[in-house]
Design a protein around this ligand. Sequence first.
Ligand code: FES
Length: 127
Amino acid sequence: MLIFVLQQAQNIYGYLPEVVLLRISEALDVSRAKIYGVVTFYAQFQLKPRGRNIIRACQGTACHVRGVSRIVGKLKEELGVNVGETTKDLRFTFESVACIGACGLAPVIMINSDTHGRLTADKVPLI
Ligand code: FES
């Protein structure tokens, strides 16, 4: 029940604000410690606001060998945030992932559900 309620709350707010977690704790009579234990265990739950667009840079071996670090550097420069951060205007959240599953296209990033492969740093501003 707790996970379902947390998922529904996150669907509504886009993340799990402190006040919402407190309200869930009271409504379900579950300790805040237990709720935080669940929220921090599962990667699906977010405690900070996320951007409307999620950019994921692959950090897998194939992408590493093919220079994803230059792509990541260009994304940091363009967005003005580091990996794991969200732009102040909430347009973009920049994350890294272990492997997107498109190693043949390395280096690869995803913007929402779109995959962009065989990238070079100079293509980053265009996409
Ligand atoms: S290593 Fe990057 S897609 Fe697999």
